[in-house]
Structure formats: structure tokens, C-alpha cells
Design a protein around this ligand. Structure first.
Ligand code: NAD
Ligand code: MG
Length: 396
């Protein structure tokens, strides 16, 4: 692995206007701003005003909106700044291809796959928030990282925790990975209560402030399902070595268990800036102004087993892990389509898992991905079938 530690680090943020993106820019500011980081490219989608403001403030070389219809607006907003402007898929590709040593992959969904792959292939160190890259493309994404020769540092809080707890010299002694889950806003609800919940209720996470997609994914626990698959690829463990425990306070971010019975945990307040700062400073730790844990105030930490009847997403993740191959891409594509249907109020909260399960069963026979085109095709097919299942449900 190539270790690049020049200062200032050249950084591109794919998805700078989102929850992870804005937190990343706050970390950049805290770590020294332009003295510590040279911002190569920032990308967004709909929020042109924020993207332009970020690009000016941090002196980005290139600003990109994924939405081609907003190119003129972005160009306008940055006129006279000297900042280059691009749009669409080719714009994202250009951003990922610029010579940044570090790329924060913080686009939501499979839209992040192509630009993150591009950055990985050219050897950038990847700070990975966009877990969909690993859920959908798994080994192919890891191959791209190793062929490029850069580092892959997880930003997802659970995987950052595991990464921090892993004793790299004792990999043979690793027994299990224990992912913690908050249980989301419906942890204590009955299935009957969950059936009628609104988008507004589903998006209100008890501990973390996050983007819409992942907030709803925390409520269904599809986010944890993705994280199980993410963990398998990142840490090279078997599916039976991955456990999930519900821990409502979100203070223990995840744990690693060894063959001698020892369990190592990483703790902190639920603030993504710690995991982001860890990734962007790697291999050193940098000081961050985030709230400190006060154990006396905390008083207690609770744990409970997850309930797979109310949260079938966890069972579906195990199925996908057992089947292997393109099942991660199918799970992810079907879930994105089911989520869109829930947001559009076409289906109910619990229907999302039913849609995903139906599509996974239909496409259970798909084999392995030989190339990224297979992943893209499986993803598109899963979405198409999910939309069909949704239409039938909506008509019933
Ligand atoms: P968000 O919705 O707040 O932000 C998403 C970003 O992606 C925005 O910059 C948006 O402009 C951009 N984007 C949206 N659609 C796009 C498209 N079609 N093409 C290109 N860009 C597009 O999401 P987020 O919560 O910041 O999550 C980003 C990623 O990080 C997700 O993969 C999520 O699972 C992961 N993650 C987030 C958190 C968190 O605390 N928010 C924690 C762990 C992992
Ligand atoms: Mg997480």
C-alpha cells in the first residue's frame, strides 16, 4: 500500500453538500483549513447555492453538480471565481479523476459507485462513507482499490470503530465482529405500530443527525443490513463471524472479539466528525473539537438482541451474504427503489422489506460479477423488478 502523507493533503469530496460532506468540510476547517488541505474538487447535486459557497470558501479547483440542468446556475454562482465548473456523470468522473491524494466518497446510493471506482483505480486513498460501493460491487470494488494501490479507510462509524480496534498483527486471532445498532426510532414499537408510520417519523433518528436515505435505513435496519455486507468485504470475515447487537445509546460504535474471549470496543459521542477526522488524518490522530464522553453522566449502556421479525432487513442481509455473488447489488438496488416508493407514499413502511425480499427471491439465481457492468445490470434489474412489485402492491 502506498502511504501518502504530504501536507497539505489534496482532497476531493464527492457529495460535499450532504450530511457527511458538510461534516467533512467542518473537519477540514478544524484541521487547519487551506493550510492542511488543498481542495481539488467538490461535488453536489441539487443545492447549488451551498456547493458554490463551499467551493469559494475552500478555494476548490473544480465544482461539479451531478444534475446537468443545474450547470448554468452553478456556472453563474461561481462566475469570476476562477473555479472550474462541470456537470453530470462526466463531471463527476472529471472530479474523481483529478489528482487528489484523498477522496471522501460521500455521495448517497449507487450514484457514488462510478466516481468512487474511478478514484480508487487511479490510486487515491479512499475515505469511504458510500457503503453502497461495497454492498453492490464487493470484491470488484476491493480489486479496484488494490490495483490502484491506495488505502481504503472506512468512515461509517461502526467500521471505523472496528478498523480502530483491529490488531492487524493478530488477524488470525480475530473471532467475531460485533456491529452495534441503535435500533432506530421504532426500536420499541410493535409491528402493528410500525405498519402505519410516516416518513416524518421514520426519518427522526434518536441519536445521529444524517441524510434522509440513511435515516430511514436506520429505522428499517436496512442500513445495518448494508453494514453487515460492508463488514464482510472490509475485514474479510465469514458471514457467521458478523453479529449485530442493539445498543440504543450509540456510544459503543462497534466491537471486535478475539479467540481468547477478549472484546475490544471503540466508544465516543455519536458524532461522525470523529470517524471522518480519523480517516482524513490517517495514520495519525488529530485533535478535534467534538463533545467528550462523560461516563458519570452516561451512567449506563444497554444492549438487546435484534428482532428479525420486526426488522427483516437483517435476515435478508444474511441471505445475501450466504448467496454471495450479485445478491448485494440486488439487495441494494431493490432497497433504493423500495425507499423511493415509501418516500413517494406509494407503499407503507413495512412493505419496503417485502419488496426487497420478493426481488431477492426472483433474482436468487444470479451468479457472480465478472466485471462492473454485471453489477450495474443487476442493480438496474433489481430496481425494475422492485418497481413492478410496488405497482402490484399499490394496485392491490
Ligand atoms: P445526504 O443525502 O445528506 O448527501 C448525499 C450527497 O450526495 C449530497 O452531496 C448530494 O448532493 C449527493 N447526491 C445525491 N444524489 C446524487 C446523484 N444522483 N449523483 C451524485 N451525487 C448525488 O447523504 P449522507 O447522509 O451524507 O450519506 C452519504 C453516504 O454516507 C451514504 O452512502 C450513507 O450511507 C453514508 N453514511 C452516512 C452517515 C451519516 O451520518 N450521514 C453515516 C455513515 C455512512
Ligand atoms: Mg453506520
Amino acid at each position: 500500500m502506498i502511504m501518502r502523507t504530504e501536507v497539505p493533503r489534496r482532497l476531493t469530496i464527492l457529495g460535499s453538500t450532504g450530511s457527511i460532506g458538510t461534516n467533512t468540510l467542518d473537519v477540514v476547517r478544524q484541521l487547519g483549513g487551506r493550510d492542511a488541505f488543498e481542495i481539488m474538487a467538490l461535488t453536489g447535486n441539487g443545492n447549488i447555492e451551498l456547493l458554490a459557497e463551499q467551493a469559494r470558501k475552500f478555494g476548490a479547483r473544480l465544482a461539479v453538480t451531478a444534475d446537468e440542468n443545474r450547470y448554468a446556475a452553478l456556472k453563474d454562482a461561481l462566475s469570476g471565481s476562477g473555479i472550474a465548473v462541470a456537470a453530470g456523470v462526466s463531471g463527476l468522473d472529471e472530479a474523481a479523476g483529478l489528482d487528489a491524494d484523498w477522496v471522501m466518497a460521500a455521495i448517497v446510493g449507487t450514484a457514488g459507485l462510478a466516481p468512487t471506482l474511478r478514484a480508487a483505480r487511479r490510486g487515491a486513498n479512499i475515505a469511504l462513507a458510500n457503503k453502497e460501493c461495497l454492498v453492490s460491487a464487493g470484491e470488484l470494488f476491493l480489486d479496484a482499490v488494490s490495483s490502484g494501490g491506495g488505502l481504503l479507510i472506512p468512515v461509517d462509524s461502526e467500521h471505523s470503530a472496528i478498523f480502530q480496534c483491529l490488531d492487524k498483527s493478530q488477524r488470525h486471532a480475530l473471532e467475531r465482529i460485533i456491529l452495534t445498532a441503535s435500533g432506530g426510532p421504532f426500536r420499541a414499537c410493535t409491528r402493528e405500530e410500525m405498519a402505519g408510520v410516516t416518513l416524518q417519523a421514520a426519518r427522526s433518528h434518536p441519536n445521529w443527525s444524517m441524510g434522509l436515505k440513511i435515516s430511514v435505513g436506520s429505522a428499517t435496519m436496512f442500513n445495518k443490513a448494508f453494514e453487515m455486507i460492508e463488514a464482510k468485504h472490509l475485514f474479510g470475515v465469514r458471514p457467521d463471524q458478523i453479529e449485530v447487537v442493539v445498543h440504543p445509546q450509540s456510544v459503543i460504535h462497534s466491537m471486535v472479539g478475539y479467540v481468547d474471549g477478549s472484546v475490544i470496543a471503540q466508544l465516543g459521542v455519536p458524532d461522525m466528525r470523529t470517524a471522518i477526522g480519523y480517516a482524513l488524518s490517517y495514520p495519525v490522530r488529530s485533535a478535534l473539537d467534538v463533545e467528550r464522553l462523560d461516563f458519570a453522566k452516561l451512567a449506563r449502556l444497554d444492549f438487546e438482541a435484534p428482532d428479525e421479525t420486526r426488522f427483516p432487513a437483517l435476515r435478508l442481509a444474511r441471505t445475501a451474504l450466504e448467496r454471495g455473488g450479485l445478491q448485494g447489488a440486488v439487495l441494494n438496488g431493490a432497497e433504493e427503489a423500495a425507499f423511493a416508493a415509501f418516500v413517494a407514499e406509494r407503499i407503507g413502511f413495512l412493505d419496503m422489506a417485502d419488496v426487497v425480499e420478493a426481488v431477492m427471491d426472483q433474482l436468487a439465481g444470479l451468479g457472480s460479477a465478472g466485471e462492473i457492468a454485471d453489477v450495474v445490470q443487476a442493480d438496474a434489474e433489481a430496481r425494475r423488478r422492485a418497481r413492478d412489485v410496488v405497482s402490484k402492491m399499490a394496485a392491490a
